[in-house]
Write a protein that binds this ligand. Sequence first.
Ligand SMILES: [Zn+2]
Length: 337
Amino acid sequence: MNREKYSRQILFPPIGADGQEKLLESKAVILGCGALGTAQANALVRAGVGTLRIVDRDFVEESNLQRQILYDEADARERMPKAIAAARKLKQINSDVHVEGVVEDVDNRNIEKLVAGFQVVLDATDNFEARYLLNDVSVKLALPWIYGAVVASYAMTMTILPGSTACLACVFPSPPEGTYDTCDTVGVISPAVSWAAAIQVTEALKILLGRQQELHGAMLAYDIWTNQFQEVRPRRDPQCRVCGAREFAYLNRTGPTHTSLCGRDSVQIHTAALRQLDLAELKTRLEQFGRVRANEFLLIFSVEAYELTIFSDGRAIVKGTHDPAVARSVYAKYVGA
Ligand SMILES: [Zn+2]
């Protein structure tokens, strides 16, 4: 172990030299690599958490740079997949850490494979569906996870230890109805993200160090602009459908979902079966219809009023519509059904 690199953390009594050794052998996974995910990954990699997997479906855009701390203008220009750009930057920050960037959309078909074998999952997703899915898999596998959500200047976090604390469904039995504020509608400021990420990372370090008795045990919420702080101590609900009855509705749902990316004027297309596209061949074929740009991970195709970002596994983000039917037909027309 490079003691100099971690010297200030070793001096901190709850970690010490033994704790640092333990962190270097630990494994954490982050779902989502936007604002929360980049802040979490930055802190965990600097702390020397030995193995870190980051999973993200998206690519870097200019509007991300205000708060997504691992990306720069070149990443946005080249439309780098976030998981790849983040992993590259993280390896430069700390080469001790095994960082794995996975460009995939987390869904009920792949989530178990993505989190199995890890000791803690940090939530950096941006939608309720993904969090309920994560809650299902966490309870099923007895895997701790740390909820985090930020919108505008308001941030909220909670740590879920299956079997001992309340789970997400104990506190919120179902997702909110109707429309709700998102970062795409009311914005977000970076210090609110930092606040949530700081607590999530601290909780993750306690879990990885085996210091569960020091977890905060609450649902914490803070509006960093208006200075309103809330702390509630949720109890387990014995009637909870997830951690009580062990009904994993999100995990066991059949069929793929067509997720709409809220507020971005985009629809994501999932293919029913995973497939491998030959991006070079597709690029040649599409160039007769419109403008095509590509990097080694994805291809951007502008046609009619749409812009398709197509990943090598067949997934695509169709910009220029909110209507899943329109997006699917554009996809079918140019990429194939
Ligand atoms: Zn529960």
